[in-house]
Design a binder for this molecule. Structure first.
Ligand SMILES: Cc1ncc(COP(=O)(O)O)c(C=O)c1O
Length: 369
């Protein structure tokens, strides 16, 4: 099997798997219990929190450990943004942001025009804030797009927005491990473990301590009252270990860019159009639209040949709706969203994987010609 779906989940690192196994005999205990068993579990939990905090330059006290990226995004949006606020966001956000914002009543939502053209300037983004009530304005964006790998200049945007009196929430779920991620200049930042070789079901939210955060899961004083419930210490421990390999992952990007370029060159020669290439992009993803193919049918054909790929966000797979990200980027070329193939790479991806992928694509795409 060739696995090219690292943007959905990147395989568990060996260090994470063995580290989680090593602590199972201790980490079952409730870390809020004051006795020896609870204290042992608490110590593992706090070590993990410190590791997650360090990887983005935050203080441990400002990190809330969650069940993943979706919960972190929900907590930031529902817990920080006051009723009636003005939101500046984009149409290419992950559903964890897009659908959550849409479900919060009384927000006035403005979309930054992110299309298959140059990204908007920081001044253009800040200009969308409401000058009358900038204090209630929030920029909500992902720093790396899950489908195309587009990198948004989030710190430049944050500087301009903060200068205009607004605040900034960043979904860095796809950025961690691909580009350096920092909390500099932002008010909240969401992360997920399974994008960096940690287990699924663990994540984190950084929240600037000056902000007032309303807990969403209530019923206990865990996480200093910001997220109630007994946590999964084994999972969070795995996330902490995965954070130790983030620098190594980022250093691997030059190698992955070469593999990505090889795949893209083959796809172009086969008549595909590359999506997101107008933007600065991370090295881990090829998003191509292939004329004459429906994305879901192509993915199924590739699966039969032993290639795990995606036609968009993993959360949307199983549904055959065209990708909303590509629809927003290329509104005049709706075929792109219907015919998309996403191949996403990670530390386990080798030259041999890429060679075999090209052979499989050659065989499968050739069937239609
Ligand atoms: C950009 C982005 N945000 C949020 C999420 C949701 O994270 P999780 O799957 O940990 O809930 C994902 C996962 O695909 C993502 O890519």
């Amino acid at each position: 099997m060739i696995y090219l779906d690292h943007h959905a989940a990147s395989p568990l690192l060996d260090s994470v798997e063995s580290g989680m196994n090593d602590v199972r005999a201790v980490a079952w205990a409730n870390p809020s219990s004051p006795h020896a068993a609870g204290r042992a579990s608490r110590s593992l939990f706090e070590t993990a929190r410190r590791r997650v905090a360090e990887v983005i330059g935050a203080a441990s006290a400002d990190m809330i450990l969650t069940s993943g990226g979706t919960e972190a995004c929900n907590l930031a949006l529902r817990g920080l943004i006051p009723a009636g606020a003005r939101i500046v966001t984009s149409a290419i956000e992950h559903p964890a942001i897009r659908d959550t914002l849409a479900s919060i009543p009384d927000l006035s939502i403005q979309e930054i025009p992110i299309t298959g053209a140059e990204l908007p300037s920081p001044d253009a983004v800040a200009a969308l804030l409401d000058p009358e009530s900038a204090g209630d304005s929030w920029l909500v964006l992902s720093s790396v797009n899950h489908e195309t790998g587009s990198i948004l200049p989030i710190h430049e945007y944050a500087e301009a927005v903060t200068k205009a009196g607004g605040r900034v929430i960043v979904d860095a779920t796809q950025a961690l491990g691909k580009i350096p991620v920092s909390i500099a200049g932002v008010h909240a930042l969401a992360l997920a473990s399974h994008k960096i070789g940690g287990p699924a079901g663990a994540g984190a939210l950084y929240v600037d301590r000056e902000q007032s955060l309303q807990a969403q899961a209530t019923g206990g004083m865990q996480e200093r009252g910001r997220r109630a419930g007994t946590p999964d210490v084994v999972g969070v421990h795995g996330f902490g270990i995965a954070c130790l390999s983030v620098e190594e992952r980022v250093a691997d990007m030059t190698r992955l860019a070469d593999l990505r370029d090889t795949l893209e060159a083959f796809l172009r020669e086969s008549g595909a159009t590359i999506n997101g290439e107008e933007h600065p992009r991370v090295a881990t993803v090829v998003n191509a639209s292939i004329p004459g193919w429906r994305g879901d049918i192509l993915i199924a054909a590739l699966d039969v040949e032993g290639l795990c790929a995606s036609s968009g966000a993993a959360c949307s797979s199983g549904k055959s709706e065209p990708s909303p990200v590509l629809t927003a980027l290329y509104p005049e070329e709706t075929w792109r969203a219907e015919s998309a193939l996403r191949l996403s790479l990670g530390p386990t991806t080798s030259q041999s994987d890429v060679n075999q992928t090209i052979e499989i694509l050659h065989r499968v795409l050739g069937r239609k010609t």
